[in-house]
Write a protein that binds this ligand. Structure first.
Ligand code: GTP
Ligand code: MG
Length: 199
């Protein structure tokens, strides 16, 4: 699928204020700084669409971007931002959870994981919570440009192994680098496939 148009529509703090169209949407979630906003920019070929930063805690709202006038990509705040105070962390957690639980247009959540790190409880616990709440998700490993091929395959295999301790079946897995423009086609193809089942 080609992205021929992408536009920012609205930012919200609460799911109940998000766009009231019936258009389907795909949201990006994961630890702060994992590369959610950068991934949206890579997918749309628009490096200035979603705001990115070297410092964690950049995205603090639910941001809707309309793609090809047909469906939305949604940029969410990161979870577990260590330097945010307890009350801000709690507020963000609530915003994310309410969005995931209540947003009927959400057809798939992409959970982003930094490919350099060992499995972290904050991510695997969140995936378990998604499973318990029957929210469909896929895993996107980010920043693969920072690893050698060997390191990457070792890390991905270890991650899958860890997931198989609790999951009977693995969700779809994607490998990406927004820096080197890797993985966009596979993700867009996956989205196109889901879009076609929603028509
Ligand atoms: P928050 O909005 O703070 O939750 O962060 P985020 O997950 O949206 O991360 P963002 O896209 O802002 O990227 C964080 C930093 O990682 C930026 O400095 C990006 O340039 C960098 N980054 C993102 N993706 C990649 C990647 O694939 N490779 C490399 N090398 N750097 C990346
Ligand atoms: Mg962001």
């Amino acid at each position: 699928m080609k992205v021929h148009s992408s536009e920012f529509v609205v930012s919200n703090t609460d799911v109940t204020h998000c766009p009231a169209t019936g258009k389907v949407e795909y949201a990006f979630i994961g630890r702060s700084n994992v590369g959610k906003s950068s991934l949206i920019n890579m997918l749309t070929g628009n490096s200035r669409l979603a705001k990115t930063s070297q410092k964690p805690g950049k995205t603090l709202l639910i941001n809707h971007f309309l793609i090809n006038d047909e469906w939305f990509l949604v940029d969410l705040p990161g979870y577990g931002y260590a330097r945010a105070g307890k009350s801000q962390r709690e507020q963000l957690r609530r915003m994310i959870e309410r969005y995931c639980l209540m947003r009927q247009q959400l057809v798939n959540l992409f959970v982003l994981v930094d490919s350099r790190h060992e499995p972290q409880a904050i991510d695997t616990d969140f995936m378990e919570w998604l499973g318990e709440n029957q929210i469909p998700f896929s895993i996107v490993f980010t920043k693969i440009d920072k690893l050698s091929k060997q390191e990457l395959s070792t890390n991905i295999a270890a991650y899958k192994q860890k997931l198989l301790e609790t999951w009977e079946e693995l969700p779809p897995v994607f490998l990406t680098s927004s820096e080197k423009n890797i993985g966009a086609e596979e993700l867009l193809q996956y989205i196109e496939q889901i879009n076609s089942t929603c028509k």
